[in-house]
Write a protein that binds this ligand. Structure first.
Ligand code: HEC
Length: 123
């Protein structure tokens, strides 16, 4: 219980530091679980849960920054596919990329990953 409280405080602190000096550009909402909090800053949605999932499931091939290209993985910094295609790729797999079933990643997790994958893009 105390650990959970401490974790929540740490998350809140780290979330509040994800803002920038112009509070007008930042809006955020929470879905109840502080880990699902989304921040919009300069038009980019940041998701703590999506980052956590990506680091658990995806970096072996895509790397922390998305451009590792292990196993010939697609470079997620250059990827421009839409959210639906990202979800389909996660659900069905593609080439050397394994599929992730609903048991492995529920729809809510796939939604967080869709958002997170887009934050890795470089213009
Ligand atoms: C075992 C290695 C591996 C893992 C783990 C993996 N991927 Fe991939 N990923 C690939 C490969 C390889 C491709 C390219 C597939 C192809 O087109 O042949 C790819 C393609 C993609 C694409 C398509 C990009 C585009 O523009 O076409 C997305 C999005 C993606 N991966 C996201 C993820 C996410 C999110 C996870 C974690 C849930 C993940 N991948 C885990 C290997 C992996």
């Amino acid at each position: 219980m105390q650990t959970k409280m401490a974790l929540t405080v740490i998350l809140m602190l780290s979330l509040s530091s994800c803002g920038n000096s112009n509070p007008d550009q930042i809006s955020n909402y929470t879905t109840g679980d502080s880990k699902d909090s989304l921040h919009v800053s300069d038009g980019i949605v940041k998701t703590v849960r999506g980052k956590e999932l990506f680091e658990q499931r995806c970096i072996a091939c895509h790397g922390l920054s998305g451009n590792y290209r292990n196993n010939n993985a697609a470079d997620l910094q250059l990827s421009r596919i839409d959210s639906m295609s990202i979800a389909t790729t996660i659900r069905n797999g593609r080439g050397a990329m394994p599929l992730f079933s609903k048991d492995a990643l529920p729809d809510s997790d796939v939604a967080q990953l869709e958002l997170y994958v887009k934050t890795l893009r470089k213009n």
